[in-house]
Write a protein that binds this ligand. Structure first.
Ligand SMILES: [Zn+2]
Length: 351
């Protein structure tokens, strides 16, 4: 696996160095999304497993570091939702252990990849930790995003947190610790990963070749990696984003049907995200003259906010937030977008 180091982690990394000698059994890395917390977790894992670490980091060349680089370290386990593993394109994604492995009928083996960490993954982890580590050193388990464990799955993990096997270290990573069950939270040493410094993040984005880093950084709520991913999307997606922003700027005059038609092939959660941020900016400007996500759209947002009924807009924002997993929505894409855009036009008009 490729593990990136980011300059905004430097100060925290220095504070975590003493754990090379005395790593806790379980830590929780939490902080805003899109700042590279998983990379930080992987970097810790590589450091803790390294057979010849320097005072500052893993050596990068010992057998352990080589296994990590090849995604093949027998004592490093990554536990994440199947859908995420597949999108990362790694070995574990291709032959994920789980209940769909043996004797399942066609229907279950064709099920959509899970967006949750399944209880079967935790059960398999529990079984694998009964024996000692393969290389005779530590074993590290990276669990992300930890909030994708439902309460049953989290409860299964509790056994490992309550009676940690020797030399086994769990690194949980999450954006929203409040969504973890209290018993899990209380058994992890919590590490708050701070947001990226704005200037540092802008400079980093510029160095990655992102033009208008400030625009993308604002839209990503300050998360440089999220900004980098958004800026580097396919031209089709970038084009759709421009069309949505231009459409939303028209307020109640928005041509919902035409725009929905253009969006039919775009990932629903992306579009919902654009709508959410724009709506929050309208409300933010109406209530506090503040624009967080789309400062470059200030002219349109301030004009629309003038006549805005905050109650009706807040109701719309709440409905968008209720579409937690937009991809699961039963309506077909065009109807789904039509509905959202018509409701937007109605909410801007205060109806
Ligand atoms: Zn090493």
């Amino acid at each position: 696996m490729i593990i990136n180091n980011y300059p905004w982690h430097d100060a925290l990394w220095k504070r975590l160095l003493p754990w090379r000698i005395d790593a806790p059994h379980a830590i929780l890395l939490h902080g805003p999304s899109g700042i590279g917390k998983v990379d930080l977790g992987k970097r810790l894992a590589r450091f803790w497993l390294c057979e010849a670490p320097t005072a500052q980091d893993a050596c990068g060349t010992c057998p352990s570091c080589t296994f990590v680089a090849l995604d093949h370290h027998p004592d490093l386990q990554l536990i994440r939702p199947e859908a995420l593993a597949l999108s990362e394109g790694t070995r574990e994604g291709a032959d994920d252990e789980g209940e769909a492995q043996e004797g399942d009928d066609e229907k279950t083996s064709k099920r959509a990849p899970s967006h949750e960490i399944r209880i079967g993954q935790i059960q398999a982890l529990l079984e694998s930790t009964v024996t000692g580590s393969h290389r005779g050193g530590r074993r590290v388990v990276l669990i992300y995003p930890a909030e994708t464990m439902n309460p049953f799955t989290a409860n299964a993990l509790l056994k490992l947190l309550e009676e940690p096997p020797p030399a086994t270290h769990l690194v949980l990573v999450c954006d929203a610790p409040e969504r973890l069950i209290a018993t899990v939270l209380s058994r992890c040493q919590q590490v708050a990963v701070p947001p990226a410094d704005w200037a540092q993040a802008s400079a980093w984005l510029a160095a990655q070749g992102v033009s208008e880093p400030a625009t993308w950084l604002a839209e990503a709520g300050g998360g440089p990696l999220a900004a980098w991913r958004a800026a580097g999307a396919d031209e089709t997606v970038l084009e759709a984003r421009r069309a949505v922003l231009a459409g939303l700027a028209r307020g109640e005059a928005l041509d919902a049907l035409a725009l929905a038609e253009r969006l039919a092939k775009i990932d629903r959660s992306l579009v919902v995200g654009w709508l959410q941020r724009y709506t929050w900016d309208l409300l933010g400007y109406r209530l506090a003259a503040r624009i967080r996500y789309y400062p470059s759209e200030k002219a349109a947002i301030s004009a629309l906010a003038l006549g805005l009924d905050p109650v009706s807009m807040a109701r719309y924002a709440k409905a968008l937030a209720g579409l937690r997993r937009a991809a699961d929505h039963p309506l077909n894409a065009r109807l789904f977008f039509e509905d959202l855009l018509l409701r937007y036009a109605g909410s801007v008009a205060g109806t």
